[in-house]
Design a protein around this ligand. Structure first.
Ligand SMILES: [Zn+2]
Length: 94
């Protein structure tokens, strides 16, 4: 039997990986832990969570998230979140 510990949001993992690529388009953006966490939170709130409870569910959702439309949605949500955080970086607030 599998030792899957869920529910697990596959989207979060996919968005974290996409962040590393999208952030390269914004050389001026701050990439400190706080700004990165804020950006990921904003992007994840924008998108529909994809929780799964098994390895087979995870595989199915990963394939879905690789579709062109999903990739575009993730890309747009990240770009928007990066620009939003960049305008008002959380690290400046006390
Ligand atoms: Zn920062």
């Amino acid at each position: 039997m599998s030792g899957f510990s869920g529910p697990y949001n596959v989207l979060e993992d996919v968005v974290r990986r996409a962040y590393d690529r999208v952030i390269l388009e914004f050389p001026e953006a701050c990439t400190c832990e706080q700004c990165k966490t804020d950006t990921l939170s904003l992007a994840l709130n924008e998108l529909d969570a994809r929780y799964v409870g098994s390895y087979s569910g995870e595989t199915r959702v990963r394939v879905e998230l690789e579709s062109t439309q999903s990739q575009i949605d993730i890309w747009l949500a990240l770009r928007k979140a990066i620009q939003q955080v960049n305008r008002r970086p959380h690290h400046d607030r006390v």
